[in-house]
Structure formats: structure tokens, C-alpha cells
Design a protein around this ligand. Sequence first.
Ligand SMILES: *Cc1c(COP(=O)(O)O)cnc(C)c1O
Length: 452
Amino acid sequence: MLSAIKSRPATDSQSVFFRCIAGCSAKHSIYDVIYTCPSCGNLLEVHHEREPLQKRNASEWKQLFDSRVGTTKWPYGSGVWGMREWVVPSLIDQNIVSMCEGNTNLFWAERLGQQLGIPDLWIKLCGNSHTGSFKDLGMTVLVSVVKQMMAQGSSVKAVACASTGDTSAALASYAAYAGIPAIIFLPAGKVSTAQLIQPVSNGAHVLALDTDFDGCMKIVQEVTRDNSIYLANSMNSLRIEGQKTVGIEIVRQFDWEVPDWIIIPVGNLGNVSALYKGFKLMMDLGLIDRMPRLVAAQAAKANPFYESFKNGFKEKITVTAQSTLANAIRIGDPVSYDKATKAILETDGIVEQATEQELVAATAHADLTGMFTCPHTGVALAVLTKLLKRGVIKSSDKTVVISTAHALKFTDFKVAYHESKLEEVTSEYANPAVHLPADVGAVKAEIKRRMR
Ligand SMILES: *Cc1c(COP(=O)(O)O)cnc(C)c1O
């Protein structure tokens, strides 16, 4: 324990700390159990003083980060910890809880792009990760900090979160990897079987409550007032530090070129805030010289951020989130609203929404070009289509769609779609399997019919 404390770089606590997003002056240690500003109640953010980071110039940073990709040298094989100096530099190696998250594929969606009339279309497949969603990027950071806190004798005994599915899968997995108990609050009957079974398998304490996500969020905030249970939702800004690496990673994958647009499906708004934070850091340190325009994509059934945007962000609008196939973004009162508003305003960004019909059509269409898209990615793709039609996104623009989860977590939805069993929507691309007798003649006739 003592050696852990000793090997903490001395400069770090002064240069990386929690501060209030509304500008209150206090600095708090990132190893303190604190989620909101004690003076004004606003969210905190992890602030990195720029000066210590400027000891390396832009090309030295690029070289350093490039050199770590694909290594097995602990912990640099992780896309998050490959940028360790920009995330939480004071974590010692033994306390990093990582399963090599990040470094997900950014692929050229050639055929879909051609069909939509945007040849330079790219998909960042964050679902190709340890627990199948981008939530791993944030959880590796949060659970690592908790492990270091515990090693230093903190009162924290367990971690907890409310979740629409993917957060709980990531928390349960990283906590189990570290041997820390996890308590999960889920809205009963509102997450997919594949999502529910992840924390169950990882040995978490899974509590399914008769409420929605926002209701679970209220309860977990009460429960974690006791400092022995640490809150792991994205109002805890440690998560944002990990998630911000996705934007940096995209730019690195383009050989440090900035795309024109990045479209991301949003619910609680931690994700788009994180994306902005990564870009801002790259700007400040001179790695890039312009920002991409960020597009936050919402399901029309759970669209408080879209309504607020339409309103010119004059006030925060909340809604009661309705049932949507994009269940991971079924959130009516987004916690990172202020951070996300800044992300949109400072990148000349846009918030747009997609109906259930639009999102299912977009997923099914993308799948026909070889993808396998989750409903949230469908929301982003539907929004892309709308903005192209409106001429806001130009056909020559380099555009990245962030695919947030692996669609294998959402097979119930895919099966129902292709069986034309989804309520409220028509399955225009339905492609159900055909049942035939084990008879060569019947098979040949069917193939002939189809190949015409
Ligand atoms: C959590 C999640 C989102 C939304 O991220 P927020 O930070 O809540 O805005 C989008 N898609 C998937 C699959 C998610 O799990």
C-alpha cells in the first residue's frame, strides 16, 4: 500500500483534478468520493492542466501514441491506456483494470456510402469491445481509480450504477476482473436478455426495479450517498476521461486528420461530451487545428436534447422517455446536459432525431451492406440520411458514424424485424429464412426462383 502511494507521480495531483463545470474555484482529488460540486451542485469534470502536457510537442505526442498501438506491454495495448498521460497519469500499473479495450475498427462503409451518396463514410465500431459497447472505455478508468482508492485505504467497498443495459455489463465485467463487488439497478423488463445476462454472469448483484432508467438513477444516487458504495454512472466524470479517447483514436486512425462530421447516438449525453473533451484537448495541445462538427442523434421517443436544441438551448427540456427500440438511449432527463450543450455549441454541431420507423429502416439497410447494426447505430444512420437529404452534410464530406454497441446484444429486435413482428413499424427489408423439405428438387426450385 505504501509503495503504491510512493510511486504516484508527485506532480499529478496538482495537474489533474476534479473541478466544477460551472466554474466554482475548488479543486478536488480524483481519488475523493465526490460526484458534484459541493458549492453549487453542478457536475464535476476531470481537468488536465495543459502546461505539464506541453512538455511534449504535438508530433511527439502523435509518435508516442502511434508507437503503443498493438503492443502487449502493460497497459499500453489498451486504446485508453495507450493515452495514459491524457487520462489518469497517476494510476500505477498494478491498479489499472484493463481488458485491452479501445482500438476498435474504423472502417470504410463503401457500399452503404455509395448508396446514400456519401462516398467518404466511415463507421467506428465501438461495439467490438470487451462487453460489446463503448461503455468499456469509461469503465476501465473508473474501476481502475476505485482499485487505487481501495489500495490506499478508502472506505469504498463496492461500485454501483443504474443502467439501460450496457453500462451495467461494462461495470459488472470490470468490477469482477478487479474483484470488487458491483450492484446494478436495471429498469425491470426494459433491457434485452443479452444485456441482462452479462451482469448476471459476472456475479454482480442485479436489482431489477419496477421503474424506468430515470427512476433507477434517482435510487442509485440515494444509495451511493453512503461513501462505501461508489457511483459509476456517467455523472461520475471519470467515465468521460476514458470515453474521450474515442475521438482521439478516430483522428489517429485517419493519420491525425480530422473528419468533417461525427454522428453519435445520445441518451444521458456523457458520450458526446466525452467526444468533445478529447477534441478540445487535441486542439489545445496542437495535434489538430480544427474541430469536427458533432451531431447528437436521438430517438424521437426519448428526445429531450433534440427539444432543447430546437429551443436554441434556452432551457433544459426533460421528457418522460417513451418505449423505443433504441433502449440504451431511452432517457428523459439527461445528466450531462450542460456539458453536451457546450459540445454542440462549440463545434457548430446539430441535434437531430429519428423515429422508430426511420431507425429500423436504417439498421436493416446498413445490414444489407454487410454490417450488423444495433438500434442506436440505426438512430445515427437515420439522422445521417436526413442531414444528407437536407444538404446539411455534403456528399463530399468525410463523415464518421459512431456505432455504440454490438448488434449481437440486440438479436431479439433483429429477429422480430425480419419476422415482421415489430409493433408500429413496417419491415420493408424483411428477409426471413425459408423453411423447405429436405428435397433437392424443392431446393433447386427455390434457388431458381430467387436467382432470377
Ligand atoms: C450508453 C449508450 C449510448 C448513449 O450514451 P450516453 O452517454 O448515455 O449519451 C448510446 N448507445 C449505446 C449502445 C449505449 O449503450
